[in-house]
Structure formats: C-alpha cells, structure tokens
Design a protein around this ligand. Structure first.
Ligand code: ZN
Length: 499
C-alpha cells in the first residue's frame, strides 16, 4: 500500500480512539452515571466530539481524500476502501459547504427547540413549540440545500436517513400499503377484541431481566461482543463489531414490552455484531441506513417475535423464568402480542396500526416541505389524518402532534424509515423461505439461529458498503414493494381475528 494510504489509515485510527471514548462516555451517562456527574461527563463529551469533528473536517483530511481519490491511488484500493474513500469524500464535501456560523446557529436552535418541545408536551401547549418548529423547518431546509444543492429539499432529507430513496418510491410503496391496510384495519376493529385482563398483574423485575438475557442469547446476540444496560428508552449503541450494547426499560406493570424491546434492540445489535471485522473503524463499519437497520430490528421483533412458532420451543422456559406467565397459555400470549387497537401513541402501537402512524407523519412532512403548510395548521392536520386512518382523535396535542421528539431537532425524513424497514421485512420473508423453507417450521424446530446466519451472510457482513437499494436487489431480486408485507398482514390477521 502507498505511503499516503498508510498515513490516512493512521489518522483515521487516531480519530477512532477519540470516538471510542465519546461513545463510552455517552453509554455511561445514559446507564450508570450519578446525577452530579453530569457536568464532568458532558464537558468531556463536548470536548471530545469537537475534536473529532475538527479532525474529520480538517485540511489534512481534505488533502488525504483528494489524493486518494486521484485515479492511480484510487484504482489501487480494494473495493471496500474505494467505498470508504468515496463515502468520506462525499461527507467531507457536504460538511465543507455548511458555513461555520450557520452550523453553530443550527446546534443552538436544536437545543432550544428540544427544551421548548419538552415544555410544550408537558403543558399540552403547542404554541410554546410552534415558533421553534417553524425555525427548525426553515433551518433544516437550508441545511439540506447546503449539503445537497440542486436536489429537492424533502428528497434530500429522505436521503440523509436512507440513501438512494426518494419520495416517488416512498409514495408508491406507502400508498399501496395504505390502500390495502385501511380496509383490513376496519375489519379487525369491527371484530371481537381480545380480553387482556389476565395480563394486568404485577411482574417481578429481576425475572424480566433474566428473560431479556435468555431471549437475546436465543436469537443470536453474542454476549462476548456485547452487554446490556438499563435506560428510560431502549436503544442500541456500537463501538465496533466487537462491542455492541443494548439497553432496556423494565417495570412491574408490564413484562411483555421489555421482551419485545429486547428482541427489537437485539435485532439492531446482531446486525452490528456481524459486520465484517475488516470494516471496523471505517465509514463502512456500521450500518448508517436507518430503514435497513430498522428492517432488522423489526424483522426479529415482529415477523419472528410475533409468530407463535417463535415461542413454541421456549414458552415453558419463559414461564419458568417469569412465573407470572404460569396462568397464561401460549395461545393467550400469542393473541395478546398480536392485539390490534387504534391507539394514539406510535411507540406503543401494534404492527398493523404502526404503519398508519408513520404514514400520517410522512404525509405531514410532505405538506410542510412541498406545500409549505403553516405551522399553526399542523395540529389540526394531524388530528384530521388520525381520524381518517385510525378513527380516533387525539384529545390533546401532547397525545397528538407533540408526542415524538423527532421534529424538535430537525429530524425530518426520519419517520418514513421505520415503515420502510417493515416493507423490506415482507420481502425478506419470501427470500428466506426460498432458501430455508417455511419460517414457521424453522422457528418451531428452534432453529432461529439459521435465520440469523442467513441474515449475517446476506445483509449484515456488508455494513454500510451496500446501499439499501442494492441490498434489496441482491437479496430479494426485485425492486422495493409493499405487496409481500401486505400479504403477510392479511393472512396473519384474517386468521387471528377470524375475518
Ligand atoms: Zn429500532
């Protein structure tokens, strides 16, 4: 390898060390820091991340990327490094186009907006948040124009979270899913609801933790390359493929939510733990496409975890670990975890109505960036769409438009990736069954790790080096389509609800 390449690698490795320390600080802050440790931690974190940012936007970095992009040097790189250099150059050029003053102003606006959103949600007063939301919309659009000049603003935002996806594709798949789901949901809501009174009991928290560990291990999470922690909101954090951590939230009133959070975050973590080792510490070493990432967590959580066959080989073990389930049969458990309700809150929605919660947000984002609908009209628009799709009107804005934090920090274009993940999942079912036979059977025989191995091989090992459209084409052999997931929903819920 050339001298310039060796120096470049060394420079990246040094930056990675700073990043590693920041990641650890963040994990500690979220999981175990004492309250008064906050200032020391956040000062250190701010220092380290500023240093990292400086290094990644430095003249020196620009010089490395320029030289390595020149034909002779570039041709000498293997395909992974070609991807990494191209990706880093693209990000470097995008960052360089953002004026430093604007960037600073944006960070300040984000923080203020976050505080205002929290207050507005607490007091159920949209007017507290409205001026900040307006500012975030304006500044985020400006940011997109700096980063991707010439591209439609909303498409640029969508691309930030799922590269290669545009609103035309989203429109096509979301509309076909919506058209198929609305009549199905109406039939489900007209059917007899499941009586869940048996589930309202007190659950032992240490048992919930034992169940979490058991489930993570069962689906293929490696405890040699990861560990668990506790936080208010579950998340996954990765250093590199050798250290991927998941957190969970436990409570006496509900033992099922932590199970599905464990399976969901476990899906994210299994992805990261299985990225090829040679990509560790590079721009390809972690999956940066949110739709693709979510397709893994939701595949484990919903497609596998809400299938009765997933539980058949292990339900007795779950009852042993969490004895409160002794009086609940597997069939009752299965009905409970697949109950469909038209509820207000996205994060606690079932897999069917969840899709519509995301579609509401996607359609509103389009109204904001394409039709410039004034911020003051957004709460009413939200409620109108909830009424139209889910037949329920939020009694307060806190349970309506103010429920999620995403828009407060300018994460427009983020929500659609959640649903895109589900749509990919439908497509994986077909591809997996072609190779491994019926998923029901694989699960019933307790061979879920065969599916994990398949996902490792087909998707995980590539990290970010394959774009989502390339993954879908390579794995499923066709362009993205909502038809398979719709078929899955129809078959599953027709049976569950006797439609
Ligand atoms: Zn997730």
């Amino acid at each position: 390898m050339s001298k310039i390449f060796d120096e470049f690698k060394e420079y990246i490795e040094e930056t990675n060390n700073l990043d590693h320390a920041s990641t650890l600080l963040y994990w500690d802050m979220e999981t175990s820091m004492p309250a008064e440790g906050f200032k020391g931690h956040s000062d250190a974190l701010a220092y380290l991340s500023t240093e990292t940012f400086k290094r990644s936007t430095s003249e020196k970095m620009g010089d490395f990327l320029e030289k390595l992009s020149a034909k002779e040097e570039f041709d000498a790189l293997d395909s992974d490094w070609q991807y990494i250099v191209r990706e880093m150059k693209k990000n470097y050029d995008e960052d360089k186009r953002i004026p430093a003053d604007f960037y600073k102003e944006y960070i300040v606006a984000q923080n203020e907006s976050g505080v205002a959103w929290q207050e507005a949600k607490k007091k159920n007063d949209f007017s507290i948040f409205a001026p900040h939301l307006e500012k975030m919309i304006k500044m985020t659009a400006q940011m997109a124009e700096y980063k991707k000049p010439g591209m439609d603003v909303y498409d640029a935002l969508l691309n930030q979270y799922e590269e290669g996806m545009d609103s035309a594709t989203y429109d096509r798949v979301f509309n076909s899913l919506k058209e198929g789901l609305l009549p199905l949901l109406n039939k489900i809501l007209a059917a007899k609801p499941f009586d869940d009174s048996k589930f309202k009991q007190k659950y032992d928290i240490s048992s919930e933790k034992a169940v979490e560990k058991f489930l993570l291990d069962y689906i293929g999470f490696s405890f040699d390359k990861g560990c668990t922690g506790e936080t208010e909101h579950p998340f996954t954090l990765n250093f590199d493929s050798k250290d991927v951590r998941v957190s969970n939230h436990f409570g006496e009133d509900d033992a099922i939510d932590p199970m599905f959070s464990a399976i969901h975050e476990g899906g994210h973590a299994i992805f990261e733990q299985n990225v090829a080792e040679k990509l560790d510490g590079t721009a390809g070493g972690s999956c940066e496409y949110l739709g693709l990432h979510e397709s893994q967590s939701r595949f484990y959580e919903n497609i596998l975890g809400r299938n009765i066959n997933f539980w058949k080989p292990i339900y007795a073990k779950i009852q042993e670990l969490q004895p409160e389930f002794m009086n609940i049969t597997l069939e009752e458990f299965y009905r409970y975890i697949n109950s469909v309700r038209n509820s207000l809150i996205r994060t606690s929605a079932d897999e069917v109505t969840y899709c519509l919660h995301v579609i509401v947000r996607y359609e509103i984002e389009k109204e904001i960036f394409r039709n410039h609908v004034p911020v003051s009209e957004l709460p009413a628009l939200w409620n109108k769409k909830m009424e139209e799709y889910l037949h329920i009107t939020p009694p307060t804005d806190s349970e309506g438009i103010l429920q999620d934090m995403h828009w407060s920090d300018g994460s427009f274009g983020y929500f659609p990736t959640y649903l895109l993940g589900t749509i990919y999942d439908g497509m994986y079912i077909e591809a997996i069954e072609k190779d491994l036979g019926s998923i029901d059977k694989v699960l019933e025989e307790g061979r879920i790790k065969d599916i994990t191995k398949w996902l490792n091989e087909k998707i995980h090992r590539f990290g970010s080096t394959r774009k989502p459209v390339e993954v879908i084409q390579a794995v499923c052999g066709r362009e993205v389509s909502a038809e398979p997931i719709l078929k899955y929903f129809k078959e599953k819920y027709t049976q569950i609800y006797n439609l």
